[in-house]
Ligand binder design. Sequence first.
Ligand SMILES: [Zn+2]
Length: 68
Amino acid sequence: MAPESENDTKEKNGKTYNWCTKHKMWTIHKSSEFTLGSPKEEKNKKEEDSKDLQLKQALSAIKFFILI
Ligand SMILES: [Zn+2]
């Protein structure tokens, strides 16, 4: 159920819940924090970076073999 104010918080099981306007539900994150990027998006980005790094390492390995 939506609170009267977007800044409302409520505590349950020792955790403070914020009303997230993006998810339209009570969440442990604030709606302002969500705008920085969801954890899932962050994870995908890191995986992309990792793939990129692996490619660079593979390319430098190829260069190394050409030099010999
Ligand atoms: Zn949210």
